[in-house]
Each structure stands twice: as C-alpha cells, then as structure tokens.
Design a protein around this ligand. Structure first.
Ligand SMILES: [Zn+2]
Length: 78
C-alpha cells in the first residue's frame, strides 16, 4: 500500500537512485521498484533497498566525483 495516498494499486517499475555524498554524486540506474498508480510515488522492497545500500557503500569508498552504476550488473557481480 502507498504510504502517501493509501492507494493499494502498485505496478512494477524501475527508477534511478541518486545519492549526493560529500560532493560526490552516486547514480544507480535501473533500480527495480514498485510505483503507485495513483500518485506515482516509488518504493523499494526490503531486498532491493539492501542491495542498493551495498552498491552505494562500495561506490562511496571509490570517492569518484560521479559514479554511475547499473543496478542489475552490480547485483550480479556481487
Ligand atoms: Zn500513492
């Protein structure tokens, strides 16, 4: 159920997750998510959120000015 508008119709979607960390931009593309059909708000499952955190944490260590990571490739490489 959507925590914003309480609508319970969600559809499968993908999104781009962007983190700004100490002047570095970390971009994770093609992140699977559920999208609310009513308000368009996007949600991650717990599993996806966990993977995303691992991906972002490893990107933080690199401290590149801009890191662009493909979620699917990062997941399968881990
Ligand atoms: Zn909603």
């Amino acid at each position: 159920m959507c925590m914003y508008c309480k609508n319970d119709t969600m559809k499968e979607s993908t999104t781009t997750h962007v983190v700004n960390y100490k002047g570095c931009i970390i971009v994770v593309k093609n992140v699977p998510c559920e999208e609310c059909e009513q308000c368009g708000e996007k949600f991650y499952t717990d599993e996806t959120a966990g993977h995303l955190e691992e991906i972002v944490n490893s990107a933080k260590k690199l401290m590149q000015e801009i890191s662009v990571i493909d979620y699917a490739k990062a997941t399968y490489a881990a």
